[in-house]
Design a protein around this ligand. Structure first.
Ligand code: SAH
Length: 581
C-alpha cells in the first residue's frame, strides 16, 4: 500500500517524518507543496492519504474528485495537536485500519464512524474478502447492510460451507413464518433468484470453481475462451466464481490457454501428466493417454486443482469439446480454519492484536470457560461459544477439530501461549486422529506465556539458557518429572516451574527445590509470580534457602536461578556474560 502524507505546518511535517521512519516502504511525502496540491497529487497516486489537516479543508479540496467507494483512496485526517486520527473516506477500504495504525505510531485516538464497526458487526463489504469472495452491487450492500444493522430478519444462504466470520443473530439460514426483509446469498450459480418482498439479494461470489482445460498445440485464445464460457453457462455457473484455470504441465506455454485466462483475470496452474493420470474421471481417453501421458487433462486437472485447494471436490461440468480444445469444471469444498490462539497471561494489553483479529474472524470459539469469559467482549455478535470446564481437554480438542473440519472458522483459545502446556498439541493430535488434516487450515497465533510475563516482572531471569518444567503429574509420571528436574539441575539451567502446586499436589515443589539446592548455592534467586498481569498480581523475589512453597498455588510460576543468577539492582538477573568495554 502506498500512503501519501500531506502536511503543511511544522508540527505536521514532524509527524510526517515520524511516519516515514515507521513505515519506510509505504510512505510517500507530500510536504513541500501547498496542502491542496499535495492532496490532489496524493489522491491521484496513492492508495491511502494521511492529511495533517482539518477535516473541513480536506473535504473542500477532495469533494470534486470523489468518484465512488470502490475506487477512491482511503483518507484519514490528523489534527494539529495529534490527538485524533479521523477516518474520513474509505473506512472499510483501509481508513479505519489506518486510523488505528496511526494511533499506534503517533499516540492519538482513532476516530471511526462507519456504522458496522460501531455495532461490531462484520462489515459486509469485506465479508469473505480474505477467502476471495467478490461482491459487485453497491446498492444491495447499502440496503442489506442497513437491514443487518437495524436487526431486521435477514436470510443467509450458501454460507455454511465457508469459514466466514459470525454475523449477528438476526442474520440466519431459516425463518419460520415471516418473510425476511433482506437476503444474502453466497453462490456460484449464474442465475440469481429474485427474492420477492425482501428485494434482490446481496450476492457474494465465492472462488469455488476450477476450469480444467486441454488443447491441441497452437489453439486460439478465442476458441478456448468460448469453450470455457459455454462449459460454465451450460452448467449454470458464474464465471465470477472461477478461481483458476488448470491444465497439464505440457501446456504451461500454450498461448491460447494463457491468453484466454488472462483476459478473464484467472490465474493458470499446471500439473505433471503422471499426477493427472492418477485422478479418476468420468471420460478418460486412450488417444489423449497415448499423446500426453494422462487419459484426461481437462477433467483431471480441474478435479486435482480443486481438491488441492479444498477439502474435497466434485465435477460439476463434464468434459466438453471444441475443434481443438476441451474444458471441464470442478467445484471445491473449502477447507475450514482452526485458529489456535494464545490469549496471553491475563491483561488485555498483553493479548496480541493478531489474537484479537483471529477471534473476530471466527464464527465458533472453543475454550475453557474462564478463558472464553475473559474475551467475550471481543467476539462478534452471533459468534457461537462452546465453553467447557477443566479436565475436558479431549472434548474441547475434538469439538474444535470437528467444527473446523465441517468448514467453519474456529478459534481454540488458551491462556498464555496455546502451545505451552495447553491445547495446541492435543488439537493437532486430534486433527490427525480424526483424519481431518486435509480438511482444515491451521493458524497458530502465539501468545505471551506465563514464563515471559513473570520474567519481565522479576527482571531478567531467563537471560541465559533455561528450562520449563511442569510439576503436574496428571499426564506425566513423577519419575519422569523428577528425572527432568535433575537434568536441569545438573545442566545448570534456570528453571521455570509451571503448575507448581495445587491443593492436593503439595509435596512436588519442595522436592523439586531440594533437588536444585543440591546443585546451586542457598542464595540462588527464586522468583514467585502469582497471577502475572491480572488484578491480584503478586511478585516475590527470594532465595533457594528462604523460598516458601506454601505461598505457591496453581496461579503461580516459580523461577529458580542457575548457579550464575544474581540479584542485581533489586532484580533477578541471569547474566549471559557480556563483557563491558
Ligand atoms: N498456556 C499457558 C500455561 C498453561 S498451564 C501459558 O503459556 O502460560 C497453567 C499454569 O500456567 C498455571 O498453573 C501457572 O503455573 C501458569 N500460569 C498461567 N497464567 C499465569 C499467570 N498469569 N501468572 C502466573 N502463572 C500463570
Amino acid at each position: 500500500m502506498t500512503i501519501g502524507i500531506v502536511a503543511a505546518t511544522a508540527s505536521g511535517r514532524t509527524a510526517a517524518a515520524a511516519l516515514a521512519a515507521a513505515w519506510p516502504d509505504e510512505v510517500r511525502l507530500f510536504t513541500d507543496v501547498k496542502a491542496a496540491d499535495g492532496l490532489r497529487e496524493a489522491w491521484r497516486t496513492c492508495d491511502a492519504i494521511v492529511g495533517f489537516l482539518a477535516v473541513g479543508a480536506t473535504v473542500r479540496v477532495l469533494a470534486p474528485l470523489l468518484d465512488g467507494k470502490a475506487a477512491d483512496p482511503a483518507v484519514v485526517c490528523v489534527d494539529e495537536g495529534r490527538r485524533f486520527a479521523v477516518a474520513v473516506l474509505g473506512g472499510h477500504r483501509g481508513a479505519n485500519d489506518l486510523a488505528h495504525r496511526l494511533a499506534g505510531v503517533l499516540g492519538c485516538t482513532p476516530v471511526v464512524t462507519t456504522a458496522s464497526d460501531q455495532a461490531d458487526v462484520a462489515p459486509l463489504d469485506s465479508y469473505g474478502a480474505d477467502l476471495g469472495f467478490t461482491v459487485h452491487d453497491p446498492g444491495a450492500l447499502a440496503r442489506v447492510g442497513a437491514a443487518v444493522l437495524s436487526g431486521e430478519p435477514v436470510l443467509l444462504e450458501g454460507a455454511d460451507d465457508w469459514p466466514l466470520p459470525a454475523l449477528p443473530p438476526n442474520v440466519r439460514a431459516r425463518f419460520g413464518g415471516d418473510e425476511p426483509s433482506a437476503a444474502i446469498l453466497v453462490t456460484d450459480a449464474a442465475d440469481i433468484p429474485r427474492a420477492g418482498r425482501s428485494g434482490d439479494p446481496l450476492v457474494y461470489r465465492p472462488p469455488s470453481l476450477v476450469v480444467g482445460v486441454g488443447s491441441a498445440r497452437g489453439v486460439g485464445a478465442e476458441e478456448v475462451g468460448e469453450l470455457v464460457d459455454r462449459a460454465l453457462a451450460s452448467a449454470g455457473l458464474s464465471p465470477a466464481s472461477v478461481r483458476c484455470v488448470a491444465t497439464v504441465d505440457l501446456k504451461a506455454d500454450e498461448e491460447g490457454i494463457l491468453e484466454a485466462a488472462r483476459r478473464r483475470g484467472w490465474p493458470v496452474v499446471t500439473y505433471p501428466a503422471d499426477v493427472l493420470a492418477d485422478v479418476r474421471v468420468p471420460n478418460p481417453s486412450p488417444v489423449v493417454a497415448a499423446e500426453v501421458g494422462t487419459p484426461s487433462v481437462a477433467e483431471a486437472a480441474a478435479l486435482h486443482a480443486a481438491r488441492s485447494s479444498g477439502r474435497g471436490a466434485e465435477l460439476v461440468a463434464e468434459k466438453t469439446k471444441s475443434t481443438c480444445a476441451t474444458a471441464a469444471v470442478a467445484r471445491l469444498r473449502p477447507r475450514g480454519r482452526l485458529g489456535i490462539v494464545g490469549l496471553g497471561p491475563g491483561a488485555r494489553d498483553l493479548l496480541t492484536p493478531r489474537a484479537a483479529e483471529t477471534l473476530r474472524r471466527s464464527s465458533v470459539v472453543v475454550g475453557l470457560d474462564q478463558y472464553v469469559d475473559q474475551v467475550r467482549d471481543l467476539l462478534r455478535p452471533g459468534t457461537r461459544v462452546i465453553a467447557s470446564g477443566l479436565g475436558q481437554e479431549e472434548e474441547r480438542a475434538r469439538t474444535a477439530v470437528r467444527e473446523a473440519a465441517a468448514g467453519r472458522a474456529v478459534a481454540l483459545v488458551g491462556s498464555g501461549d496455546a502451545g505451552v502446556y495447553a491445547m495446541a498439541a492435543p488439537a493437532l493430535e486430534m486433527l490427525a486422529a480424526e483424519g481431518a488434516a486435509h480438511a482444515v487450515d491451521v493458524d497458530g497465533v502465539p501468545g505471551i506465556t506465563a514464563a515471559a510475563a513473570a520474567s519481565a516482572l522479576l527482571g531478567a531471569p531467563l537471560g541465559h539458557d533455561h528450562a520449563y518444567v511442569s510439576l503436574s503429574d496428571l499426564h506425566t509420571p513423577w519419575e519422569v518429572i523428577e528425572r527432568r528436574v535433575r537434568a536441569a539441575a545438573e545442566g545448570d539451567f534456570t528453571v521455570c516451574f509451571y503448575n507448581p502446586r495445587s491443593r492436593t499436589r503439595d509435596w512436588q515443589l519442595p522436592k523439586a527445590l531440594d533437588i536444585l539446592a543440591e546443585h546451586r548455592p542457598p542464595d540462588t534467586p527464586v522468583g514467585i509470580v502469582r497471577n502475572a498481569s491480572r488484578p491480584d498480581e503478586s511478585v516475590t523475589l527470594t532465595t533457594l534457602a528462604e523460598a516458601d512453597p506454601a505461598q505457591v498455588d496453581m496461579y503461580t510460576v516459580v523461577l529458580v536461578g542457575s548457579s550464575r543468577s544474581r540479584t542485581m539492582a533489586g532484580r533477578f538477573v541471569t547474566p549471559r556474560g557480556y563483557r563491558w568495554a
